[in-house]
Design a protein around this ligand. Structure first.
Ligand code: AMP
Length: 403
C-alpha cells in the first residue's frame, strides 16, 4: 500500500511536527558536514512555503550523561538551518514543557521551531531511555503539539523510538495524519519499491568485511537478482567454501557451510573474484601483488584484481537495476581502493539503469569519486538501508499512514 507523503498534506495554518535527521558530525559546536541539514530542506520548505508551521525534532549523537548535553545541543544546527533558509529559526533549549508549548503557540504561519535533541530524554528519568525505548507518554506529548506529523528521518527508520514510531502512533490514534517527507519518499521508492520489483537484469553488488553482516541481504536478494557480484573481505569465506586457498585473508570459519549453501541456492548467480590484490600485511606500505583466486599462505586479499573488475564491468554494462552495498576491498588504503573505485565508475557510466547505493562505505567511495550526481539514489541510512535490503519492514516506515 502506498504511503502518505508530505505533498499530500494541506499544511496551511497547521502545526506540522517533522522528525528530521540532523545527526551531523559536530565538534565544539562546529558542524563538520551539513549535508543532512541541506537534505531536509525540501520537506521543511514545502511546509513553510505552503503556510504551515514547522516544528522540528531530531536526535544528535548518543546522550548518556548530562556532560554530553553541551556537545550535543541542536543549537548550532538551528543556526545553520536559519542561514540555509535565509530566515529566522527559533531554537528551544528543551523538548518538553512550558517553554516548548509557549514557543509552539507563538508560531505564525511559515515559522520554523527547532526543539532540543530528542535523546536528551534518554537520561535523568524514571522510565529509562524515554526516546530510544519509545516511552508512549513521550510520543503522545510530542504528538499533542501538532496537527500533523511528517517523518523524514530514514537513518532511524529501523528503530522504534518515541520521536518516530511513538509520535506517529499517537497522531493516528487521534485521527491525525502521519506522512513521509521527501527524503523518506525517495528511500521507499528506490530501496523499497525498485528493489522489490526490479527492472531486469538486476545486479546486486555486495562487499565489506563480513559475510555475517550481509547474510540476510544475500538471502533476500538471491531470488530477485540475476547476478550477485561479491567482493571485499566477505568474498574470501565464499572462496574458501569453494576449496580455494585464501592465505591470511579475512575468514569466518563458522560461515563456510552457509556460504556453500548460498552458492548452491543462488544456482550460478553468485560471481566471486577470479583474481585479487594481495599483500603480506594489512598496510598501505606493504608490497602489493596481483594473485589469482588462490592466495599464497603468507598473504591476504585486500582488493579485487583487474580481471575481476573486467568481469564485473561486463556484467554491469547490461544491467537495468543495480544495488551496491559495501566496498570491494580495504578501500581506505589507496593501494587497495581501485576495485571499489572502478565499480563506482561503472555504475556512474550506466545511463539507462536505476543505480542505488546503500551503506556508508560505498557512499563515501561514490563521493570520493565525484560520481554521486550520476547515481539514481544514494541512501542516507546505514543500518536502515541494510535492513531494508534484507526485506524487513522498518518500524519508522510501517508507522506512516497509508494513502
Ligand atoms: P562493512 O562495514 O561491512 O561494509 O565493511 C567495510 C570495511 O571492510 C572497510 O573498512 C574495509 O576496509 C573492510 N574491508 C573490505 N575488504 C576487505 C578485505 N579484503 N580485507 C580486510 N578488510 C576489508
Amino acid at each position: 500500500m502506498a504511503k502518505l507523503i508530505v505533498s499530500d498534506l494541506d499544511v496551511k495554518d497547521k502545526k506540522v511536527l517533522v522528525r528530521v535527521d540532523f545527526n551531523v558530525p559536530i565538534k565544539d559546536g562546529v558542524i563538520g558536514d551539513d549535508n543532512r541539514i541541506v537534505a531536509a530542506l525540501p520537506t521543511i520548505k514545502y511546509i513553510i512555503e505552503n503556510g504551515g508551521k514547522a516544528i522540528l525534532l531530531s536526535h544528535l549523537g548518543r546522550v548518556k550523561t548530562d556532560d554530553d548535553k553541551k556537545e550535543l545541543s541542536l543549537k548550532p544546527i538551528a543556526e545553520r538551518l536559519s542561514e540555509l533558509l535565509a530566515k529566522p529559526v527559533t531554537f528551544v533549549s528543551e523538548n518538553e514543557g512550558q517553554k516548548v508549548e509557549d514557543a509552539v503557540n507563538n508560531m505564525q504561519d511559515g515559522d520554523v521551531v527547532v526543539l532540543e535533541n530528542t535523546r536528551f530524554q534518554d537520561i535523568d528519568n524514571d522510565f529509562g531511555k524515554r526516546e530510544s525505548k519509545n516511552d508512549p507518554k513521550l510520543g503522545e506529548y510530542w504528538a499533542s503539539l501538532g496537527d500533523m506529523y511528517v517523518n523524514d528521518a530514514f537513518g532511524t527508520a529501523h528503530r522504534s523510538h518515541a520521536s518516530n514510531v511513538g509520535i506517529a502512533e499517537a497522531m493516528k490514534k487521534s485521527g491525525k495524519p502521519a506522512a513521509a517527507g521527501y527524503l523518506m519518499e525517495k528511500e521507499i521508492k528506490f530501496l523499497g519499491d525498485a528493489v522489490a520489483n526490479p527492472v531486469h537484469p538486476f545486479v546486486t553488488i555486495l562487499g565489506g568485511a563480513k559475510v555475517s553482516d550481509k547474510i540476510d541481504v544475500i538471502t533476500n536478494l538471491i531470488p530477485k537478482s540475476d547476478h550477485i557480484l561479491i567482493g571485499g573481505g566477505m568474498a574470501y569465506t565464499f572462496l574458501a567454501a569453494q576449496g580455494h586457498d585464501i592465505g591470511k585473508s579475512l575468514f569466518e570459519p563458522d560461515k563456510v557451510d552457509l556460504a556453500k549453501q548460498l552458492l548452491k541456492d543462488a544456482a550460478g548467480k553468485i560471481v566471486l573474484p577470479v583474481d585479487n590484490v594481495a599483500a603480506t600485511e594489512f598496510s598501505n606500505d606493504a608490497a602489493r601483488e596481483v594473485v589469482g583466486d588462490d592466495i599464497p599462505d603468507n598473504m591476504m586479499g585486500l582488493d579485487i584484481g583487474p580481471k575481476t573488475v573486467e568481469k564485473f564491468k561486463e556484467i554491469l554494462k547490461d544491467a537495468k537495476t543495480v544495488v551496491w552495498n559495501g566496498p570491494m576491498g580495504a578501500f581506505e588504503m589507496s593501494n587497495f581502493a581501485e576495485g571499489t573505485l572502478e565499480v563506482g565508475k561503472s555504475l556512474a557510466e550506466l545511463t539507462d539503469a536505476t543505480t542505488i547505493i546503500g551503506g556508508g562505505d560505498s557512499t563515501a567511495a561514490a563521493k570520493q569519486l565525484g560520481i554521486a550526481p550520476k547515481i539514481t539514489h544514494i541512501s542516507t541510512g546505514g543500518g536502515a538501508s541494510l535492513q531494508y535490503l534484507e526485506g524487513k519492514e522498518l518500524p519508522g516506515i510501517a508507522c506512516i499512514s497509508d494513502k
